[in-house]
Ligand binder design. Structure first.
Ligand SMILES: CC(C)(COP(=O)(O)OP(=O)(O)OC[C@H]1O[C@@H](n2cnc3c(N)ncnc32)[C@H](O)[C@@H]1OP(=O)(O)O)[C@@H](O)C(=O)NCCC(=O)NCCS
Length: 224
């Protein structure tokens, strides 16, 4: 069995490490953390070694270790998520999914790599999820929905059945997307939004019913 290195020294990395320490079957044991050199502020994190990504490639090589990126990067732009994902893939790492044992995921889920699903999420029947998505606590992703790559679903947001979500979207806390809606690439859905129509790409929406308030094409999605 391969070892596990987490990319990131952020609260997502810490939560995953804390949760997996409580697992009795020890199927997900974190060996070390790594970050880009500019984020290296210590030689340990959560009691495990913390090293730069460059050194991790030598010390924890891809034939012996898998990785999981916890980069959410909302304040650096959501596109950073896919940049890190692609970099780890290019270095040859297998990228793990982390699904909290406290979530409720249908057995027939089809899922890519490096997805993180936190506690109290429900994923319904016949759902397809791409790569590098994050479902924060208490998200509902209902039946027959299809999700692309690099999306972030904030706590408590609800997507009804047969929703399509593109790539690099931010779905705000406690928002609701009704059934059969298509969320275009790089849509930002504000907190508490109720989305009742398909969205335009690179656009921020707020309110109930959701209305477009601005575009963010050049800078990508940045949520502070
Ligand atoms: C949508 C959002 C990104 C807009 O942020 P912003 O680009 O800085 O926009 P502003 O704060 O300048 O707001 C623009 C207008 O939209 C309104 N607005 C902003 N967010 C809103 C929301 N969630 N619901 C309703 N109206 C909202 C503001 O009141 C303002 O209206 P005004 O022009 O009449 O004064 C932000 O408010 C938001 O909801 N972020 C999501 C937060 C979240 O989900 N966090 C989870 C953390 S895990």
């Amino acid at each position: 069995m391969k070892g596990i290195v987490i990319f990131g020294n952020n609260n997502v990395a810490e939560m995953i490490h804390m949760e997996t320490q409580k697992l009795t079957d020890s199927s997900f044991t974190v060996d070390a953390f790594c970050v880009d050199r500019e984020y290296l502020n210590s030689d340990s994190y959560c009691g495990k070694p913390l090293i730069s990504f460059e050194k991790a490639i030598e010390k924890y090589p891809p034939h012996e270790y898998d990785m999981l990126s916890t980069v959410l990067a909302s304040s650096n732009g959501l596109r950073k998520k896919m940049e890190v994902f692609n970099r780890l893939k290019k270095a040859g790492y297998g990228l793990l999914n982390y699904i909290s044992p406290l979530s409720d995921i249908s057995d027939d889920i089809q899922m890519g790599e490096n997805n993180i699903i936190f506690s109290h999420c429900r994923v319904g029947l016949n759902v397809k999820i791409g790569n590098a998505n994050m479902l924060w606590h208490g998200v509902l992703l209902d039946h027959d929905s299809v999700v692309g790559d690099g999306n972030f679903f904030a706590g408590g947001c609800k997507t009804a059945g047969s929703v399509k979500v593109g790539n690099s979207c931010w779905i705000g806390i406690n928002s609701t997307i009704i059934q059969q809606i298509a969320i275009a690439d790089e849509t930002l859905i504000g907190a508490g939004c109720v989305v009742v129509k398909d969205t335009e790409p690179f656009t921020t929406y707020v309110g109930n019913p959701a209305k477009a308030i601005k575009a963010h094409k050049e800078e990508g999605i940045i949520v502070r």
